[in-house]
Design a protein. Structure first.
Length: 100
């Protein structure tokens, strides 16, 4: 079973809460799973960049669901799930992802 936290603005997750989750993943050897829907519509790009920069600063590798399926992704790490109904929005955010 996997549980994830929503990054969308409507959930009210603060950057401090996200930082706590990233810290916990690094300290406990866990994978933090986060998801969002549509960049700039439901989640600011600044929030996504905060997550990516925070993972980098904590040396958290990125984990994919393919990693989980293969028995990997046991931590520490970051799994970021993106809603597939907004693929064009995510493609527009590609330059941000390429930086990380």
């Amino acid at each position: 079973m996997h549980c994830a936290a929503d990054l969308d603005t409507s959930t009210g997750n603060s950057l401090a809460s996200i930082d706590t989750a990233l810290d916990r993943a690094a300290e406990r050897g866990e994978v933090v799973e986060l998801y969002a829907h549509r960049p700039e519509l439901t989640v600011p790009l600044a929030t996504i960049e905060h997550v990516l920069a925070g993972a980098r600063a904590r040396n958290l590798p990125f984990v994919t669901y393919a990693d989980f399926a293969a028995g990997g992704g046991t931590g520490p790490g970051l799994a970021l799930s993106l809603d597939d109904s907004g693929v064009s929005y995510w493609m527009d955010a590609r330059p941000l992802f390429l930086r990380y």
